[in-house]
Design a protein. Structure first.
Length: 212
């Protein structure tokens, strides 16, 4: 492994250690609570592609699971480190293309399938974007946890800055907001590069119904 690849791994290792050391007492008490541990053991089981590794939190998740610590002075300092760490994980498109097919992107946005114990490992995973966002103004069923994305490109323009920001947000939203509710689609391999390119097209292609 070359030094270029080792640097982010080393930074992550240092950060994980710091997160454990600085974690608030509430999290420590919870982890040592026999009733809590029993609930976790009884409430989850490995089945198919859904393994128990899913309940193991990484440094970012640990940080956001302790709101008291996250809002403390120490937590505020660590927030920036978390966001930088997540930004460093983001890879730009390997083929240099950010925009795919908006029609495929719409199908991905509508789909919430995949990554469950009833799915096969090769089952395509959907983005479930409408669970949290309004995207196409003609859509009548959508969530409001996230902001409306209607007219996304039309309102923001199509500059490279907007394109790169959008790519980064879909890949790993925690690079901008450590405790964002948005899934880290690329980080956890929920969407592949082509799927993200297609969702990008849904938001940024002038021909997409989103921008009409």
């Amino acid at each position: 492994m070359n030094m270029k690849n080792m640097k982010p791994l080393l930074a992550l290792s240092i950060f994980v250690v710091a997160a454990f050391v600085m974690q608030g007492s509430a999290s420590a008490q919870q982890a040592n609570d026999p009733k809590f541990n029993k609930m976790m053991k009884d409430g989850f089981r490995a089945d198919g592609i859904a393994g128990l590794d899913r309940i193991d939190q990484d440094a970012t998740q640990k940080f956001c699971s302790d709101p008291v610590f996250a809002s403390s002075k120490q937590g505020e300092k660590m927030r920036g480190q978390i966001q930088k760490m997540n930004m460093d994980f983001i890879k730009q498109p390997s083929d240099g293309k950010y925009i795919g097919d908006w029609k495929k992107g719409e199908a991905i946005a509508q789909s919430g399938r995949g990554a469950t114990w009833t799915d096969k490992a090769d089952t395509p995973i959907g983005g479930g974007c409408y669970n949290c966002h309004q995207i196409d103004q003609k859509e009548i069923s959508y969530g409001t946890i996230g902001p409306s994305l209607t007219g996304y490109g039309k309102l923001r323009g199509y500059s490279q800055e907007v394109v790169t920001y959008t790519w980064n947000r879909i890949n790993n939203s925690k690079a901008y907001n450590a405790c964002s509710n948005m899934p880290r689609f690329a980080h956890f391999k929920l969407l592949n590069e082509q799927q993200i390119q297609d969702v990008m097209a849904l938001l940024l292609d002038p021909a997409s119904p989103v921008n009409q």
